[in-house]
Design a protein around this ligand. Structure first.
Ligand code: GTP
Ligand code: SPV
Ligand code: MN
Length: 580
């Protein structure tokens, strides 16, 4: 097979010459192709068959134990001008980066098959969707990309029609962490990734294309590429509003996107549009509209059970690829927080011994087609996307941040997003539980200078007068004994319903220095087991602590020098005045 797109044909030839594969395979995305790849991977040991009675068509992949998460310190934005990448990114000169990567790619695919994966991020007929082609030597990447994106013939047709596509070159190399780099060349719509087979480092359509390259493109084209879930919230009267929510990695997007309302709050229903990435465009009517560029979920396994996330749990009982989970005696997948079964083999493939740490890796994941989700939105594939009523920012803050507050307006909301912080998680290598600034949950994913990014966000106030309301939420407050103060999961609907009613204009709020908080009586606590004092603490602010926070946000904004919009600094000094 080949293509009528000359640039694509030429690029594949050039890469083959450099990497010297034994074979070239153009992926068409068919069932037969997928089946053959799985059979081949069962033979090589890349996949392990799970219990087919309990988990039909489910497989386990164990990645190299040194290659289990994103590697932010090895991820680079390579623009001509260093300033353009900003202090939020690692930067390398494009010429230097290309030379380095080309040397690593030379002969990297010897003895292997080179797979050409045409893909489309977003509904195939959507004007907002964008295409790319990933070249890889990993069959694991091929079968995952088939779940995560519109992959194969239809995407190739669109590429041949549009003529434009993002080039992503990937090889697992020899998995040596010292020869591992994830390089982005936004000026050339190009990605080069070597030395890792893990999700965000290897499935190039996801974070590399749909966030880093797309955010750069979105800036010049007037839209936003964000690390956000998208969901529909239907109220008891049958009206649906859509929201998008940015939480950092492993901070609750998949769980919120699939929420099942508590039984004592009848009549509400949640519809999932997306669980990780959101492309936001202002429609011709001035309404902000969202599409999910992805077709599947690459979700965190630990903590997922029938109680916390029944929809996800149901979704992953069949046709799912598990990565780095543990096994029970009868070959069922297992992870911490599963609430049933007993692990026998750990994620490395060794007999389970609690002395060696958790049975499943804390960042073990499932890959599954979004259409298997029982609450998949009937509008998830709408070419024009869904209209967004509210944007939520949130993170893991054991202290300080209340359960929910509403920004005063768009400009204040941009400050709320820019200043947000969260504890680091196992989704990236490095320390876990350290609070860091993570503007709009995009710290690892923004393809350009955060100062310019905040300015781009602010500019939407000039593009339309139909902007969504902005909120900040925090499900992760802890008491002095480290217990979560808020039950979270399904009970987060109680916060969503307040936000819904704020959008309707049917509920009030208490104005505070940092924004509008719910009046205690307006949060539906029916059937909720929570002490009044706890609730009071979750719905109030500590002015002293916030004064310190505002100082720290100010220092952070200043790190971006002349790139920091004056409007943001003005907003911050307004907050400071209100706190005085
Ligand atoms: P990425 O896929 O890495 O971007 O993560 P995500 O934002 O989709 O996070 P996810 O929903 O997978 O949740 C990550 C972890 O947080 C899981 O272990 C969840 O069980 C846990 N979690 C999610 N929501 C809540 C909540 O409301 N409260 C508490 N306490 N934990 C939660
Ligand atoms: C994240 O880390 O935010 C993820 C998983 O969603 S990855 O695909 O590795 O980025
Ligand atoms: Mn994510």
């Amino acid at each position: 097979m080949t293509t009528t797109n000359a640039a694509l044909k030429q690029w594949v030839e050039e890469v083959a010459k450099l990497t010297q594969p034994d074979k070239i395979h153009w992926c068409n995305g068919s069932d037969a192709e997928n089946k053959a790849l799985i059979e081949q991977m069962l033979v090589t040991g890349d996949l392990i068959k799970l219990n087919q009675k309990t988990h039909p068509n489910c497989y386990l992949h164990r990645s190299n134990p040194t290659d289990v998460a994103r590697v932010e310190h090895l991820t680079f934005i390579c623009t001509k001008n260093k300033d353009e990448a900003g202090p939020n990114n690692n930067w390398m000169d494009p010429a230097e980066a290309n030379a380095k990567m080309d040397a690593l790619f030379a002969g990297a695919m010897k003895g292997r098959t080179l797979y050409v994966i045409p893909y489309c991020m977003g509904p195939i007929n959507s004007p907002y969707a964008r295409c790319g082609v990933e070249i890889t030597d990993s069959p694991y990447v091929v079968i995952n990309m088939r779940i995560m994106a519109n992959m194969g013939d239809a995407a190739l047709k669109r590429i041949e029609r549009d003529g434009v596509f993002v080039k992503g070159l990937h090889s697992i190399g020899d998995l040596d962490p010292n020869k591992r780099f994830i390089m982005h060349f936004p000026e050339n719509l190009t990605i080069k990734s070597i030395g890792s087979g893990y999700g965000g480092n290897a499935l190039l359509g996801k974070k590399c294309h749909a966030l880093r390259i797309a955010s750069y493109q979105a800036r010049t084209e007037g839209w936003l590429a964000e690390h956000m879930l998208i969901m529909g919230i239907q109220n008891p009267a049958g009206k649906t509003r859509y929201i998008a929510a940015a939480f950092p990695s492993a901070c609750g997007k998949t769980n919120l996107a699939m929420l099942i309302p508590p039984s004592n709050i009848p009549g509400w229903k949640i519809w999932t549009v997306g669980d990780d990435i959101c492309w936001l465009n202002v429609g011709s009517d001035g309404q902000m509209r969202a599409i999910n560029p992805e077709a599947g979920y690459f979700g965190v396994a630990p903590g997922t059970n029938l109680k916390t996330n029944p929809n996800a749990y149901t979704t992953i009982q069949h046709d799912t690829i598990f990565t780095n989970v543990a096994l029970t005696a009868d070959n069922q997948p297992w992870w911490e927080g599963m609430k049933e079964g007993t692990p026998v083999i750990d994620w490395r493939g060794n007999p389970y011994d609690p002395k060696n740490g958790p049975a499943a890796h804390p960042n073990s994941r499932f890959t599954v087609n979004a259409k298997q989700n029982p609450c998949y939105s009937p509008h998830a594939d709408d070419a024009d996307g869904v209209p967004i009523s509210a944007i939520l920012f949130g993170g893991r803050r054991r202290e300080l941040a209340p359960l929910v507050y509403e920004a005063r307006d768009w400009t204040h909301g941009v400050l709320v997003g820019a200043g947000m912080a969260s504890e680091t998680t196992a989704a990236a290598t490095g320390a876990v539980g350290v609070v860091r600034r993570d503007s709009m949950a995009m710290k690892p994913f923004c393809g350009y200078n955060f100062g310019d990014y905040w300015q781009h966000w602010l500019s939407f106030a000039d593009r339309t007068d139909k902007l969504p309301k902005i909120y900040h939420v925090n499900w992760f407050r802890q008491d002095k004994d480290n217990n979560f103060m808020w039950p979270g999961f399904g009970d987060n609907l109680r916060v969503l319903s307040w936000i819904f009613d704020r959008c309707e204009g049917t509920v009030g709020a208490q104005e505070t220095a940092i924004g509008n908080l719910p009046n205690a009586q307006d949060l539906n606590t029916s059937g909720l087991d929570i002490q009044p004092d706890t609730l009071k603490e979750l719905l109030s602010i500590n002015k002293d602590a916030w004064r310190t926070e505002v100082e720290q946000i100010g220092e952070y904004l200043n790190e971006f020098g002349t790139h920091t919009p004056a409007k943001l600094k003005d907003q911050l000094s307004d907050v400071k005045k209100r706190l005085a």
